[in-house]
Design a protein around this ligand. Structure first.
Ligand code: ATP
Length: 308
């Protein structure tokens, strides 16, 4: 049985009449790399703030490990390291000084402090930068230091709000593979938000797609991809009879006409049946193509929205 490290039940946040997060039901397992995916304003930051006990949910419940975030926010927060979108590091202090400051704040005993800081700087690949002022760091380096900073209290859960925002592709890869290592090798549970599909697709174990405060799809990347089979069929003529026959096929969710093309969204690969139906009706098939892609799923949910 997998251990649940983050759980929410109908977690909801309203600001006046506006609902920023609605009935969020999430379970994140120990050592999992879980991504909340959605465009700006989807409610990702609000979700973090609630999980950290920094804003009170309007209703619903949430737990970090076995700790209720509403009844016992301080205990819950002890289990979580958080990296906000803009990390609160001091530019005029060195990397080591920044970590020492956080270690002191978190009551890390002096006897272990120095070694822990050294190990963390190694882990985030900043060994040679320990005594350099953070003001000289690139954004990617600052973000890696912020991860070390969040790990100083040795939390079981690490939450990161858009950790790759504004960071170049190489820097982003470094951050994501560091996070992957933390979950795979150290069993740290990771909850990360992002609006960048390709980051999530490559590194995340499971994702939840958020839209206007609600989860519209959740699962492992492979299971989500399997549920969205897009069959594109090019024919010599399309008519209503063919469309209604195709709509009757088991597992078909949507048939969209684009000139002489049909775009069929189905829960499984239905290429063979599509071909058979078209032949039975006497339509000549020019080509049949299958796409299984998370990008199409994402585009489907956010077609009308701006994705940064
Ligand atoms: P971003 O990446 O831009 O932070 P997000 O997915 O994290 O996007 P949130 O910051 O959680 O989204 O915001 C969700 C919605 O709630 C937005 O429409 C935002 O304007 C609204 N919102 C957030 N905080 C408040 C607040 N204190 N008062 C009123 N509305 C708020």
């Amino acid at each position: 049985m997998k251990r649940v490290m983050i759980k929410t039940v109908n977690l909801t946040k309203k600001y006046g009449d506006f609902t920023a997060v609605k009935d969020l039901n999430l379970e994140v397992y120990e050592g999992e790399f879980f991504c909340l995916l959605g465009p700006n304003g989807a409610g990702k930051t609000t979700t973090f703030l609630m999980l950290l006990g920094l804003t009170r949910p309007t209703y619903g419940s949430a737990w970090i490990e076995d700790c209720d975030i509403i009844r016992n926010p301080l205990e819950a927060r002890k289990r979580v390291g958080f990296v906000p979108e803009v990390p609160g590091l001091y530019d005029d202090l060195t990397a080591r000084e920044n970590l020492t400051f956080t270690a002191e704040l978190n009551g890390v005993p002096k006897s272990v402090r120095e070694k822990r800081i050294k190990d963390l700087l190694d882990k985030v690949d900043l060994k040679g930068w320990a005594d350099v002022k953070v003001g000289k760091f690139s954004r990617g380096m600052k973000q890696r230091l912020a991860i070390a900073d969040a790990l100083i209290k040795e939390p079981k859960v690490l939450m990161l709000d858009e950790p790759t925002a504004g960071i170049d592709p190489k820097g982003s890869e470094e951050i994501l593979s560091l996070l992957e290592n933390l979950s795979r090798k150290e069993g740290i549970t990771i909850l990360m938000s992002s609006h960048l599909l390709h980051h999530v697709e490559k590194y995340g174990d499971r994702i939840a797609i958020m839209k206007k405060g609600e989860i519209v799809a959740t699962g492992s990347i492979s299971s989500l991809v399997k549920e969205e089979n897009i069959v594109e069929i090019d024919l010599e003529g399309v008519d209503e009879a063919l469309i209604s026959e195709l709509n009757r096929l088991d597992g078909v969710k949507e048939v969209e006409r684009r000139g002489n093309k049909l775009i069929i969204v189905a829960q499984r690969d239905i290429r063979r049946e599509v071909f058979d139906v078209a032949s039975k009706i006497g339509k000549k098939v020019i080509s049949v193509k299958l796409t299984q892609s998370l990008e199409r799923i994402y585009a489907k949910y956010f077609r009308e929205e701006e994705i940064r």
